[in-house]
Design a protein around this ligand. Structure first.
Ligand code: FAD
Length: 461
């Protein structure tokens, strides 16, 4: 007899797991099942560090109890077809399951541009556990050279992990600086210098246009738009990894009646699709920026978790809404921490704002305390409304907490003067100097662009 579930979840990533957590902690009991093909769900964020050897590959596997410990059944299989009219899914292994509510959490697949030579051996992406094991095996087998295409957080972290294992790495990006979606040009100079010092060759403002191979079909050269060729010293022994973005994994739903946008499955703030009882969450769903209200990229585990929770709460009859992508994110370049949130100054201008920027620079601890490191904060605000649109923090430590505070400011539609009037803590080992909080300094600096002195006056208006 066909098994029947109150809730069937397709996918085993953070979006699915966070939905399971909500069902598991609810007093209202429902029969929930998760279908995913992998033996293990991955801690994707930790994958670069398994190449570097900081953690083992096995440590990047998530425990199945994240699903089963929350009372959900785990089905290791893949959905091959969904019959939305009958509320049924058919799987690759030939099973059929009936559901009352369906949560689609199929994630996204990495993009490989359609270039001449893109099907050569030695060309990869970096998303799955299999990708990790393959790259790790190549490194263990003495990989000498690699080209990482895409200098976003995934590309940057992969490049460093390969370099740490003695691989000669070139990092290519079409933009004129690394981490272009996270921070503006002037905030990233020190990080780029560090990458270069460590021996990573930066090929910025460059585009890969073709890949040439050996007679045996292994990649041998990477051809750039400017005419330069990155040639592997030992053709047939190099690796090219494309980290140029992800595309929503929605192939299963083409021509099924499920409404799809350019960036994924269309959902409302309750994560409901156009079909009754069907929800979509995480990287497979298209959603808007919480700042601009326009369709935006937001393929982050942190967004997936929030979306998964909203869908589960709605199914349980609880009020919940996803308010949009703010994209607070953090990465590292060796021992320098780099964080960004909201819109960069460039993105703010591209979205029609007239951006105003302010900077604050100080040390992560009181300057007299051992271990104090430089830290720089940039705030971006809208000249018309003084609403905070974005922030960037680059420094030696504790940047994540600071970027999260700025994200919250943006989420709550606060203004520069709200941040200028921030009430904060201070202690020599843990914070900025009392008289020099870099976030407050950046807000005060940005406020200089306004002729009227509005700092701390908002509440009197
Ligand atoms: C190397 C790397 C590092 C990252 N680092 C960070 C970071 O530091 N911080 C951060 O916030 N984000 C990070 N991300 C992004 C983050 O991992 C994703 O945004 C997140 O995993 C999306 O979660 P999801 O649940 O929507 O989809 P996914 O995690 O992609 O999960 C999709 C699931 O659906 C399953 N599936 C697909 N098709 C089917 C089918 N037909 N039937 C059954 N199951 C199916 C898949 O097998 C998988 O289990 C990183 C990503 C990578 C690749």
């Amino acid at each position: 007899m066909m098994k029947n579930y109150d809730v069937l979840i397709i996918g085993g990533g953070p979006a699915a797991i966070s939905a399971c957590r909500v069902f598991g902690s609810s007093p209202r009991k429902m029969s929930v099942a998760v279908i995913r093909p992998e033996q293990f769900s991955m801690i994707y964020c930790a994958m670069p560090y398994a190449i570097e050897g900081v953690v083992t590959v096995e440590q990047t596997f998530k425990e199945d109890t994240l699903v089963t410990g929350n009372g959900a059944e785990l089905i290791r299989d893949a959905v091959a077809e969904v019959d939305f009219a009958k509320n049924e899914v058919a799987t690759l292994m030939g099973e059929r399951y009936h559901y009352r509510k369906l949560i689609i959490a199929t994630g996204a697949n990495p993009v490989v541009p359609n270039l001449p030579g893109a099907d050569l051996n030695g060309i990869m992406t970096f998303k799955t556990g299999d990708d990790l094991i393959r790259i790790r095996n190549l490194v263990e087998g003495g990989l000498q050279e690699a080209v990482v295409v895409g200098a976003g957080a995934i590309g940057i972290e992969l490049a460093q992990s390969l370099q740490a294992r003695g691989v000669a790495v070139s990092l290519v990006d079409t933009e004129d600086h690394v981490l272009p979606n996270l921070v503006d040009r002037e905030m990233i100079k020190e990080a780029e210098e560090l990458l270069v010092q460590k021996g990573i060759k930066l090929e910025l403002h460059e585009r890969v246009v073709a890949l040439n191979g050996t007679q045996e079909g292994w990649v041998a050269e990477v051809v750039l738009a400017g005419g330069k060729k990155i040639c592997f010293r030992e053709p047939g022994k190099g690796l090219v990894v494309f980290c140029v973005g992800m595309r929503a994994n929605t192939g299963l739903f083409k021509d099924t009646g499920l409404a799809l946008g350019r960036n994924g499955i269309l959902v409302n703030a309750g994560m409901e699709t156009n079909l009754p009882g069907v929800y979509a969450v995480g990287d497979c769903a298209e959603f808007v920026s919480g700042i601009t209200g326009k369709i935006a990229e937001g393929k982050l585990a942190t967004n997936a978790v929030l979306m998964g929770k909203v869908a589960a709460k709605r199914i349980l009859g609880q009020p919940a809404e996803f308010t949009g992508f703010y994209n607070g994110a953090v990465t590292k370049v060796y021992d320098l921490r780099i964080a960004g949130t909201g819109l960069t100054e460039k993105a703010a201008a591209a979205n029609g704002y007239v951006p105003v920027a302010g900077y604050g620079q100080t040390t992560t601890r009181f300057p007299i305390i051992p271990g104090a490191r430089k830290v720089k904060v940039k705030l971006i605000a809208d000249r018309n409304s003084r609403r905070v649109l974005g922030g960037q923090v680059v420094g030696g430590e504790c940047v994540a907490e600071r970027i999260d505070l700025i994200t919250f400011t943006i989420q709550k539609n606060l203004l520069l003067e709200d941040l200028a009037g921030l009430s904060y803590s201070a202690q020599p080992y843990q914070t900025f100097f009392p008289a020099g909080n870099a976030i407050v300094m950046a807000a005060e600096d940005a406020l200089k662009a306004f002729s009227v002195n509005i700092a701390n006056t908002r509440r009197q208006c």
